[in-house]
Design a protein around this ligand. Structure first.
Ligand code: 5GP
Length: 211
């Protein structure tokens, strides 16, 4: 018997953005654990590896020269400079896997989301996560314990800039409870998957029903 998940469909590019500290990384991890049809798009970056990060898993860490070479060869879907470092999404693998129905999760900022939308409007779904209030945002940034006060202050400033882009997103969620926020993210993803335009297997399926 056919069920929805075995019907052929095009993969989608699911973008989660938020200012640092609004919970995006936690939600991303929960989604990747719970849902086998979505995998993380691994970005290329020129920033140095943080403790605990693995090359090829968290990011592909490259030199500034290598990054520039990839830009020149048009190997990125999109790229941006964030906190003085460069970040980009390599496109070859993603395009191929999408044709086969693989969804990708993007943990990228508003610049990346905008560029992806411009390149590929119909396959991109964007979600913005907002912190419940400023005090909570600061608390979450401080509790990471990884960065100096100066960096935290500059991230707070940057967070305000990022929040100003909320209206460019398809969906906006306030993360006042991480589990509730996660449920909403999954509902969005599941609803987007059954959009008629994405289900390329529907025509032969319906033909069989009616012939
Ligand atoms: P971090 O250095 O803390 O891992 O990431 C810094 C910022 O860069 C985050 O806002 C993250 O979303 C953004 N970022 C990571 N990868 C990419 C990418 O491939 N493209 C764009 N545009 N932004 C990215």
């Amino acid at each position: 018997m056919a069920d929805q998940s075995t019907l052929q469909r095009r993969g989608l590019l699911f973008v989660l953005s938020s200012p640092s500290g609004a919970g995006k990384t936690t939600i991303s991890r929960m989604l990747l654990t719970a849902d086998e049809q979505i995998s993380l798009s691994i970005s290329v970056t020129t920033r140095s590896r943080r403790e605990g990060e693995i090359d090829g898993v968290d990011y592909q860490f490259v030199s500034a020269e290598k990054f520039e070479e990839m830009v020149q060869k048009d190997e990125f879907y999109e790229w941006a400079t964030v906190f003085d470092h460069r970040y980009g999404t390599p496109k070859a693998y993603i395009r191929k896997a999408m044709q086969e129905g693989q969804d990708f999760l993007f943990d990228i900022d508003w610049q990346g989301a905008q560029q992806l939308k411009q390149k590929d409007e119909q396959d991109v779904v964007t979600v913005f996560i907002l912190p419940p209030d400023v005090a909570e945002l600061r608390k979450r940034l401080e509790s990471r314990g990884q960065d100096s006060q100066e960096i935290i202050d500059s991230r707070m400033e940057r967070a305000k800039g990022e929040i100003s882009h909320w209206a460019e997103y398809d969906y906006v969620i306030i993360n006042d409870d991480v589990d509730a926020c996660f449920v909403k993210v999954r509902e969005i993803l599941n609803a987007e998957r059954v959009k008629r335009s994405r289900q390329t297997g529907l025509i032969p399926f319906v033909r069989k029903l009616t012939d």
